[in-house]
Design a protein around this ligand. Structure first.
Ligand SMILES: Cc1cc2nc3c(=O)[nH]c(=O)nc-3n(C[C@H](O)[C@H](O)[C@H](O)COP(=O)(O)OP(=O)(O)OC[C@H]3O[C@@H](n4cnc5c(N)ncnc54)[C@H](O)[C@@H]3O)c2cc1C
Length: 370
């Protein structure tokens, strides 16, 4: 077991718009250190108060801002890693993009010790709206129409009715309990009229799709609307002590069918299931809520598998940002053909010949692929 908690050296280089961060640096600390220099680090997983740069790179973490600004890997200029023989290497994005191979490898190919991260100036203006819809399909249509019309919102988040009601039970924010889908949108930029025009494009698309739009009049009201989304985790924690947080990605056009099919799977199961996610990327987080003391955890795993199969049937993938790990390892044979699995094993062996690094993650045991 290797702990990175003492590797917390962080240096900001404003003249290069870069941060040099060791693996144990907490994600939010990068933006906090960069802000006095007029810079931010955009990748913003909801876990950014506790997650580390090493973990973010290992999972290629995303977040609400990533639809417009890109995911962790888009901000990595170089990284250092220790290989399975204990040798340290410094790699950039050229020459086989070995850094890119390490990003998203979930600790199975090397131990990331440090990264050079790109920083950007924050947008000057942000505008926020919340829209709610009588039907999930209408919400997905509105998102597609807004993007097709030229809007590139900085945040685009979706919550289904069960999720909205869980948050409402928790905080009583006045959210529409009857709405099948709630959409939260930010547009941002340096030119206020462009930011407002972009929000108008989104509002028009929502209304044309049958949604009801509420705009935040002030930054404080915008922050209050986002409180709903930020409160999802604690709200769900009140319902059951544990949750299986699924993480699938499907084409946006498939979202209405996918949300409905997963809803039906949840209704037919003994578990409570809620759905939310980064809808701009088609990234959905169906959450199965359960109590391991009284409920069958194998059944939870089976339901997660059914959800993964829905994503694959609709042309999606097994994971958007949480990775495969051990939970979805066995689903890999549904998603990846045997030849490709063999190629992945060859990469693994080339960098970790004794299979010492995070054994049992990502790749199903050899032989399973035939
Ligand atoms: C409430 C909550 C909300 C979340 N929201 C998001 C979200 O919005 N977006 C998102 O992408 N993820 C999200 N996550 C998942 C998770 O927080 C992210 O994947 C995060 O990037 C993991 O970082 P960590 O430091 O917690 O890593 P850990 O959980 O400690 O590790 C993750 C994996 O990376 C490996 N690893 C860790 N450090 C290194 C290293 N230095 N070198 C090599 N391998 C390493 C570990 O072995 C493990 O396999 C969320 C999690 C929670 C609990």
């Amino acid at each position: 077991v290797i702990s990175f908690t003492r590797m917390t050296r962080l240096t900001i280089h404003p003249e290069r718009r870069e941060a040099q961060a060791q693996a144990g640096v907490i994600t939010l600390a990068v933006t906090e250190a960069a802000r006095p220099h007029g810079l931010i680090y955009p990748p913003d997983p909801a876990s950014f108060r506790t997650s580390t740069i090493g973990g973010n790179l290992a999972e290629n973490a995303g977040g609400p801002m990533c639809f417009k600004y890109g995911v962790t890997g888009d901000y990595v200029r170089a990284l250092s890693f220790v290989d399975a023989d204990g040798e340290e290497h410094h790699v950039t994005r050229d020459a086989f993009d070995l850094a890119g191979l390490l990003i998203g490898s979930e600790g199975t190919l090397g131990l990331i010790t440090e990264a050079t991260l790109r920083l950007i100036p924050p947008a000057t203006h942000t505008r926020t709206l919340m829209a709610h819809f009588p039907e999930v399909g209408a919400c997905a249509e509105a998102v597609s129409a807004a993007i097709a019309a030229g809007a590139v919102p900085s945040k685009l988040e979706f919550m289904d009715r069960a999720c909205t009601n869980a948050v409402e039970d928790y905080l009583n924010l006045g959210l529409p309990r009857d709405a099948e889908a709630v959409l939260l949108v930010d547009t941002d930029g340096d030119d206020l009229s462009t930011v407002q025009d972009e929000l108008q494009l989104v509002a028009d698309a929502c209304e044309r799709a049958g949604g009801t739009v509420r705009r935040a009049a002030t930054d404080a009201e915008g922050a209050a609307l986002w409180r709903a989304r930020r409160s999802v985790s604690p709200a769900l924690g009140r319902i059951r002590p544990q949750r299986m947080n699924e993480d699938i990605v499907v084409p946006r056009s498939a979202l209405p069918d996918v949300v409905r099919e997963i809803r039906a799977l949840g209704d037919a199961s003994p578990f409570r299931l809620v759905q939310f996610g980064h809808i701009g990327d088609g990234n959905l987080h169906p959450n199965i809520l359960f109590d391991p003391r009284h409920e069958d955890t194998h059944a939870v795993h089976d339901l997660a598998h059914e959800i993964a199969l829905v994503a694959l049937r609709h042309g999606g993938v097994l994971s958007g940002e949480h990775g495969i790990g051990s939970m979805k390892r066995d689903f890999m044979t549904d998603a990846v053909d045997p030849g490709t699995l063999k190629a992945l094993w060859n990469v693994k062996r080339a960098l970790d010949p004794h299979l010492a690094l995070n054994p049992g993650k990502i790749l199903p045991a050899e032989g399973v692929d035939g």
